[in-house]
Design a protein around this ligand. Structure first.
Ligand code: SAM
Length: 266
């Protein structure tokens, strides 16, 4: 019997965001490994499958996140190599800013083992709902905070921007609750080149418990280094300007220019 790895998401809000697919896989797997951020979701996983074990035991303050992820990946793969059905559950969407889930699937497939991922509700999905953002309207780019700095990403000031993991900017180890304000200042400096220091951004934290409200804190970019951040903080940067439509392209596509605020139909 060949093994199977199924990676599922538990969503952001406890209980309600966990899909029926995720529940079914957790309940029926031979092994379940999980990373959650709240005790209610952890309790639900353990009630669905009493054999479930937390991967959070691999986190240690100051330990390189890369080492923690390698330990998680090896734990997921061991059971699959032994022919078992292994379910790995990660909070949010299991493929959104989750290195070991993709890595385990890649390596399982490279070894000829079966591996699939089921989608879940991510923090981005919650942000779209809570902040009333439809990415269809102005577009939306997203970067990981350290990646944005290291690769010198230049955001488009006419599109929305989501910056993930601002609470750990510039830190490749695991240090929850210890955001480096100097690194946040570097992030502010980089974003200010596009938006200016007076641009108002949002520190966003989706509610993880059903009765709680999300954190939606408006702040000037200049003031961001003084704002307390957590492992759940995501930065939303609204566009600074509107992009003008391209009349030549509108004509080429034979579109009605009035739909784009231009004068006459072609
Ligand atoms: C390791 S990633 C996990 C993302 C998760 N897989 C998802 O689908 O949302 C952690 C980052 O996700 C974002 N995040 C996690 N929980 C959040 C929440 N409740 N509200 C807003 N952003 C959150 C933050 O940017 C955080 O640094």
């Amino acid at each position: 019997m060949s093994g199977l790895l199924v990676v599922v998401g538990t969503g952001i809000k406890a209980v309600g965001h966990m899909t029926l697919d995720a529940r079914a896989w957790i309940g029926s797997a031979d092994e379940v490994h999980y990373v959650t951020t709240d005790p209610i979701t952890e309790g639900l996983i353990r009630s669905l499958n009493p054999r479930a074990a937390s991967l959070a035991r691999f986190y240690a303050v100051g330990r390189a996140r890369h080492d923690t992820y390698e330990a998680m990946t090896q734990t997921m793969l061991a059971g699959v190599r032994a022919g078992r059905t292994v379910c790995a559950a990660f909070y949010g969407h299991p493929g959104v800013f989750v290195y070991p889930s993709h890595d385990a699937i890649r390596r399982a497939r490279a070894e000829g083992l079966r591996a699939i991922m089921e989608p879940g509700v991510s923090a981005e999905d919650c942000l779209f709902a809570d902040l009333g953002l439809d990415p269809a309207v102005v577009g939306c780019a997203q970067y990981e905070a350290t990646d944005l700095l290291v690769y010198g990403r230049r955001p488009d000031p006419s599109a929305a921007l989501i910056v993930w993991q601002i609470g750990a900017v510039g830190d490749l180890s695991w240090n929850p609750g210890r955001t480096n304000a100097d690194n946040v200042a570097v992030l502010v400096e980089a974003l200010a080149r596009t938006y200016g220091l007076d641009h108002v951004v949002v520190v966003y934290e989706a509610a993880s418990l059903p009765t709680c409200a999300p954190r939606i804190q408006h702040v000037r970019l200049a003031d961001l280094p003084a704002v307390p951040l957590s492992t759940a903080s995501t930065l939303f940067v609204p566009p600074r300007e509107r992009r003008a439509p391209d009349p030549a392209m509108i004509a080429r596509l034979a579109l009605d220019g009035r739909r784009f605020g231009l004068g006459e139909a072609p």
